[in-house]
Design a protein around this ligand. Structure first.
Ligand code: FAD
Length: 288
């Protein structure tokens, strides 16, 4: 196996382009190294992206949003007070990943590019309207986060493409987001259902909303009907019931040893309502 430590994304790209066998990029390594040790994937070329300048930075953008480097760990995100204040749902999704040890390494980029439908940080990013910058053999492009996951373990990134940064839009006034997941244990488990909601208010009324579901389909879902059920309402019981119906209808879960289709659909409805209440309260400044 060849281990590479490029100092620019362009060099990383060249290494990937010249690689002939199995290639993996290394951000935190909490998926790659586990897969390697378990013999699931043995890369011929392992391209470590952590030495590239800027990949550990969290920076405010000119429009009031954020750019997050691809090697920023969950722990670093959680310690960034301004980011937590504006996007608590994005941060709490990432902070649910693994344990204290895993938090020291695991990244948003790795969570996204690993392609798990149950990835805890992805629904929050999708609900936030986050985008990623990508560099690849055909140049650079920007993609919405919801356009990256394809199916379990697969993404729509082309061979050799590298995510170079993650971007969050400006939060704006009266905005709030939240992420909740259900796991059978209290810690260190994969989401049976995950739900993220981001919304903005105009007075007491919901002006904009985005609803994302994890672990109930082959990829994280952005559910437009669920958002539509919230917009124009004050999150009254009727709106919550419509949200639950839309979220449940969109969910296409499977039955496995961690839950049946019926159970996952029930949990989807429960989490959607709870998540919406938290996001709404945060938008009103009532809770952090
Ligand atoms: C004990 C344990 C518990 C865990 N618990 C959870 C959990 O609760 N929830 C959860 O969602 N996950 C969990 N995970 C999985 C893992 O920690 C997360 O998916 C993590 O966010 C991966 O990030 P990373 O930086 O470590 O990725 P890496 O392992 O470095 O990379 C993951 C994949 O992304 C690709 N990649 C990385 N960076 C880029 C890039 N910039 N551009 C293109 N491709 C890239 C790699 O090639 C690889 O295929 C757990 C893992 C462990 C070991």
């Amino acid at each position: 196996m060849h281990y590479h430590k490029p100092h620019t994304f362009e060099d990383a790209l060249k290494i990937a382009a010249n690689a002939r066998g199995v290639t993996r990029f290394l951000a935190g390594g909490t998926d790659v190294l586990v897969q390697l040790r378990a013999g699931i994937v043995t890369p011929d070329d392992l391209i470590d992206l952590k030495l590239i300048p800027g990949v550990h930075d969290i920076a405010r953008t000119a429009d009031g949003g954020w750019t997050i480097g691809i090697a920023v760990s969950g722990a670093e995100l959680g310690r960034h007070a301004a980011l937590v204040a504006e996007w608590p749902g994005v941060v709490e999704g990432m902070n649910l990943v693994g344990s204290t040890q895993v938090q020291g390494r695991a990244t948003l980029a790795g969570n996204l590019c690993n392609g798990s439908p149950a990835a805890d940080s992805v629904p929050g990013l999708v609900a936030a309207g986050a985008t990623v910058s990508v560099i690849g053999p055909n140049g650079t492009r920007k993609l919405a986060v919801e356009d990256i996951p394809a199916s379990p373990g697969r993404t729509h990134l082309q061979a050799g493409e590298i995510v170079t940064a993650i971007h969050l839009p400006p939060r704006g006034a009266q905005g709030g987001d939240a992420y909740l997941r259900f796991i059978p244990r209290t810690e260190m488990d994969i989401a049976v259902v995950g739900c993220a909601i981001s919304l903005t208010l105009d007075g007491d009324k919901i002006a904009t909303a985005r609803v994302a579901l994890g672990a109930v389909a082959p990829k994280v879902l952005l559910v437009a009907d669920a958002a539509a059920a919230l917009i124009g309402t004050t999150l009254d019981d009727k709106a919550l019931a419509a949200l639950q119906a839309a979220a449940t209808a969109a969910a296409q879960p499977i039955t496995d040893r961690r839950g049946t289709v019926e159970f996952r659909k029930d949990v989807t409805a429960v989490l959607a309502a709870r998540t919406a209440r938290i996001a709404y309260a945060r938008a009103k400044g009532a809770v952090k």
